[in-house]
Design a protein around this ligand. Structure first.
Ligand code: ZN
Length: 140
Protein backbone atom coordinates (compact mmCIF):
# COMPACT_ATOMS: atom_id res chain seq x y z
CA UNK A 1 0.00 0.00 0.00
CA UNK A 2 1.79 3.12 -1.19
CA UNK A 3 -0.90 5.77 -0.92
CA UNK A 4 -2.95 6.82 2.07
CA UNK A 5 -6.49 7.95 1.39
CA UNK A 6 -8.80 9.83 3.71
CA UNK A 7 -12.38 11.07 3.55
CA UNK A 8 -12.60 14.58 2.16
CA UNK A 9 -9.44 14.20 0.11
CA UNK A 10 -9.30 15.39 -3.51
CA UNK A 11 -8.27 12.76 -6.05
CA UNK A 12 -8.17 12.50 -9.81
CA UNK A 13 -10.33 9.61 -10.99
CA UNK A 14 -12.18 8.56 -14.12
CA UNK A 15 -15.84 9.66 -14.19
CA UNK A 16 -18.25 7.65 -16.31
CA UNK A 17 -20.60 10.57 -16.78
CA UNK A 18 -17.92 13.09 -17.74
CA UNK A 19 -16.13 10.50 -19.88
CA UNK A 20 -12.65 11.27 -18.59
CA UNK A 21 -10.49 11.91 -15.59
CA UNK A 22 -11.87 14.61 -13.32
CA UNK A 23 -11.25 15.96 -9.84
CA UNK A 24 -13.21 14.02 -7.21
CA UNK A 25 -13.68 14.26 -3.47
CA UNK A 26 -13.56 11.07 -1.43
CA UNK A 27 -16.79 10.63 0.54
CA UNK A 28 -16.14 7.34 2.30
CA UNK A 29 -13.03 5.33 3.11
CA UNK A 30 -13.01 1.71 4.27
CA UNK A 31 -9.80 0.24 5.63
CA UNK A 32 -7.81 2.97 3.90
CA UNK A 33 -9.42 2.31 0.50
CA UNK A 34 -11.80 4.91 -1.01
CA UNK A 35 -15.32 3.55 -1.55
CA UNK A 36 -17.44 6.43 -2.79
CA UNK A 37 -16.35 9.51 -4.69
CA UNK A 38 -18.20 12.63 -5.73
CA UNK A 39 -17.24 14.13 -9.08
CA UNK A 40 -16.29 17.81 -8.77
CA UNK A 41 -17.49 18.42 -12.31
CA UNK A 42 -20.92 16.75 -12.60
CA UNK A 43 -21.47 16.15 -8.83
CA UNK A 44 -22.41 12.51 -9.43
CA UNK A 45 -21.53 10.02 -6.70
CA UNK A 46 -19.96 6.77 -7.78
CA UNK A 47 -17.68 4.02 -6.56
CA UNK A 48 -13.95 4.47 -6.57
CA UNK A 49 -12.12 2.95 -9.49
CA UNK A 50 -8.38 2.80 -9.89
CA UNK A 51 -6.98 5.30 -12.38
CA UNK A 52 -6.34 2.52 -14.89
CA UNK A 53 -9.76 1.02 -15.70
CA UNK A 54 -9.85 -2.73 -15.12
CA UNK A 55 -12.80 -5.15 -15.01
CA UNK A 56 -14.01 -5.60 -11.46
CA UNK A 57 -12.75 -8.87 -10.02
CA UNK A 58 -15.64 -11.14 -9.18
CA UNK A 59 -13.90 -13.01 -6.40
CA UNK A 60 -16.38 -14.69 -4.09
CA UNK A 61 -16.39 -13.50 -0.51
CA UNK A 62 -14.41 -15.63 1.89
CA UNK A 63 -16.83 -17.34 4.25
CA UNK A 64 -16.64 -15.98 7.80
CA UNK A 65 -15.66 -19.37 9.15
CA UNK A 66 -12.59 -19.47 6.92
CA UNK A 67 -11.25 -16.21 8.35
CA UNK A 68 -9.03 -16.39 11.39
CA UNK A 69 -11.16 -15.62 14.42
CA UNK A 70 -14.45 -15.02 12.62
CA UNK A 71 -17.20 -13.06 14.40
CA UNK A 72 -16.31 -13.62 18.02
CA UNK A 73 -17.62 -11.77 21.05
CA UNK A 74 -15.92 -8.38 21.31
CA UNK A 75 -15.60 -8.07 17.52
CA UNK A 76 -16.88 -4.91 15.81
CA UNK A 77 -19.91 -6.81 14.53
CA UNK A 78 -21.03 -7.93 17.98
CA UNK A 79 -20.17 -4.48 19.39
CA UNK A 80 -22.45 -2.96 16.76
CA UNK A 81 -25.30 -5.39 17.54
CA UNK A 82 -24.96 -4.65 21.25
CA UNK A 83 -25.07 -0.87 20.75
CA UNK A 84 -27.98 -1.18 18.36
CA UNK A 85 -30.07 -2.96 20.98
CA UNK A 86 -28.88 -0.89 23.97
CA UNK A 87 -29.39 2.50 22.36
CA UNK A 88 -32.34 1.57 20.11
CA UNK A 89 -30.31 2.89 17.18
CA UNK A 90 -32.94 2.05 14.60
CA UNK A 91 -35.43 4.43 16.21
CA UNK A 92 -32.90 7.28 16.57
CA UNK A 93 -31.24 7.10 13.17
CA UNK A 94 -31.28 10.11 10.87
CA UNK A 95 -30.79 9.80 7.13
CA UNK A 96 -27.12 10.26 6.16
CA UNK A 97 -26.23 13.40 4.24
CA UNK A 98 -22.78 14.89 3.66
CA UNK A 99 -24.17 18.31 4.62
CA UNK A 100 -25.27 17.12 8.07
CA UNK A 101 -23.14 17.46 11.17
CA UNK A 102 -22.60 14.15 12.96
CA UNK A 103 -21.67 14.06 16.63
CA UNK A 104 -20.27 11.14 18.59
CA UNK A 105 -23.00 8.73 19.62
CA UNK A 106 -25.38 9.76 16.81
CA UNK A 107 -27.12 7.08 14.74
CA UNK A 108 -27.43 7.33 10.98
CA UNK A 109 -29.26 5.51 8.22
CA UNK A 110 -26.79 5.29 5.33
CA UNK A 111 -28.13 4.50 1.81
CA UNK A 112 -25.30 2.00 1.14
CA UNK A 113 -24.18 0.76 4.54
CA UNK A 114 -27.43 0.77 6.56
CA UNK A 115 -27.61 1.71 10.21
CA UNK A 116 -24.45 3.10 11.77
CA UNK A 117 -23.30 4.72 14.99
CA UNK A 118 -20.80 7.59 15.11
CA UNK A 119 -17.91 6.37 17.25
CA UNK A 120 -15.50 9.24 16.89
CA UNK A 121 -15.42 12.71 15.40
CA UNK A 122 -12.16 14.08 14.00
CA UNK A 123 -12.43 17.47 12.34
CA UNK A 124 -14.77 17.11 9.37
CA UNK A 125 -14.65 13.34 9.44
CA UNK A 126 -16.42 10.74 11.52
CA UNK A 127 -15.66 7.10 12.22
CA UNK A 128 -18.93 5.23 11.97
CA UNK A 129 -19.55 1.68 13.14
CA UNK A 130 -21.75 -0.28 10.73
CA UNK A 131 -22.66 -3.95 10.81
CA UNK A 132 -19.88 -4.46 8.21
CA UNK A 133 -17.30 -2.67 10.34
CA UNK A 134 -15.84 0.76 10.93
CA UNK A 135 -15.96 3.30 8.10
CA UNK A 136 -14.79 6.90 7.84
CA UNK A 137 -17.31 9.38 6.41
CA UNK A 138 -17.34 13.10 5.68
CA UNK A 139 -19.31 15.27 8.11
CA UNK A 140 -20.23 18.94 8.04
ZN1 ZN B 1 -18.36 13.65 -13.56
Amino acid sequence: MSKIYYAGQDVDAPCGRCGGETRHQILTVTNGVPEQLICGNCRSVHKFRAARPAPEPRTPRIPTAAKAGGARPGSLTSQFQQLLVQEQGGALARRYAVSERWEEGAWMDHPSFGLGRVQRRLGRKVDVLFKDGLKTLVSA
